[in-house]
Design a protein around this ligand. Structure first.
Ligand SMILES: NC(=O)c1ccc[n+]([C@@H]2O[C@H](COP(=O)([O-])OP(=O)(O)OC[C@H]3O[C@@H](n4cnc5c(N)ncnc54)[C@H](O)[C@@H]3O)[C@@H](O)[C@H]2O)c1
Length: 334
């Protein structure tokens, strides 16, 4: 099947492009390269021997010239994703993420594309709810980024009511890891997520020490607990969601997480073990917009999609380590 992948040059999108090809599908990428470049896509072409179309475009632009002949669905990854930055630049986030999604939805409607898979986030859940979160848990994001994702979900849910576009919103918990050999990955030079931050600081790509934001949370060691999910498991869930939409109409929401939480200090210790290194870090104040504990209840995805995460934290750290030591350096000319 032909599948449009917005944000296909980025971290998760590029893993999706590769998995689509490995499963006999044909990706069509739309990306403006604001947080990436062509490195991942070139690597994918090299290892698979398959060529595919790349549109260098902003999802806010007129998309009508994109060839949608035979396209079965859209996987919409393109977005800005840094929670802290969304607190500083909310309007930029609402424009890129909400207006961007609306434009892609209108494009799907105008071209008669019926299936839409959306990258949502665990950041939609209210911090007042006791984790693990299920899809029925109250939604009240703690930051503008989370709101942009929730508003986008509403656009899809309401559009599904018209019967013209079926959609799945996948609420990702903390995505980590890379292709096992570290072939492709996140390109942004100043990554904000924990595992990339650990590695870029450790390898000296960033001049400052690794910062841990807060050790006074009500958790077992005082640092925040997150549910880490391997990017390859996550992409497999997208294939299952695509399959599901072939025979089901409406709007559906699924949590994608491992059901296990790790504290930041536990992640650091596991990293030290996996890579046989010693980390330097400093504890600083909590960061605005962060919550204490975020853990998924992924039972709905298990039951309905037949999906379950299989890879563990060690595999995430090992493959990330490989990416940041080689491909990341090359992709950024470091
Ligand atoms: N990484 C995570 O832990 C995580 C967790 C929850 C949700 N998500 C969501 O998953 C999606 C993919 O995240 P990622 O980690 O791969 O991020 P990423 O920054 O690596 O990839 C996003 C890609 O989208 C592109 N892009 C951004 N705005 C665009 C626009 N207006 N037009 C065209 N292209 C644009 C960027 O250039 C980049 O290539 C995002 O929607 C993000 O919000 C990520």
């Amino acid at each position: 099947m032909k599948i449009i992948v917005t944000g296909g040059a980025g971290y998760i999108g590029s893993h999706m492009v590769l998995l689509l090809i490995q499963n006999g599908h044909i990706p069509i990428v739309i990306d403006n390269f604001i947080n990436s470049n062509e490195y991942n896509l070139n690597k994918i072409k090299e290892v698979t021997g398959k060529d595919f179309i790349i549109y260098k475009k902003d999802v806010l632009e007129d998309l009508s010239d994109i060839d949608t002949n035979g396209v079965n669905g859209i996987m919409h990854f393109a977005a800005l994703k840094a929670v802290g930055e969304s607190v500083e630049k909310p309007a930029e986030y609402y424009k890129n993420n909400v207006a961007g999604t609306i434009n892609v939805v209108n494009f799907a409607l105008s071209k008669g594309i019926k299936n839409f898979i959306f990258s949502s986030t665990a950041a939609v859940y209210s911090e007042k709810v006791e984790p693990p979160f299920n899809e029925e848990s109250s939604v009240y994001p703690a930051n503008p980024y989370g709101w942009t994702k929730y508003f986008s979900e509403r656009v899809l849910q309401d559009t599904a009511q018209t019967g013209k576009l079926n959609s799945v919103a996948l609420r990702y918990f903390n995505v980590a890891g890379n292709q096992e050999d570290g072939l492709i990955g996140e390109i942004a030079k100043d990554p904000k997520n924990l595992i990339p931050s650990i590695i870029v600081s450790h390898l000296g790509y960033r001049p400052t020490n690794l910062k841990i934001f807060g050790n006074d949370y009500p958790t077992r060691d005082g640092t925040a607990i997150r549910d880490y999910i391997h990017v390859l498991d996550l992409c497999e869930a997208h294939l299952k969601a695509l399959e599901y939409l072939q025979t089901h109409s409406g709007h559906f929401t699924f949590n994608l997480g491992s059901e296990n939480g790790a504290t930041i200090l536990e992640v650091l210790k596991t990293f030290e073990k996996v890579t046989n290194t010693k980390l330097n870090y400093e504890i600083v104040d909590r960061r605005s917009g962060d919550i204490a504990v975020s853990i998924a209840n992924p039972n709905e995805a298990k039951k309905v999609l037949g999906w379950q995460s299989k890879r563990d934290l060690k595999q995430m750290l090992d493959s990330s380590w490989k990416w940041y030591k080689s491909g990341f350096r090359e992709a950024n000319n470091l």
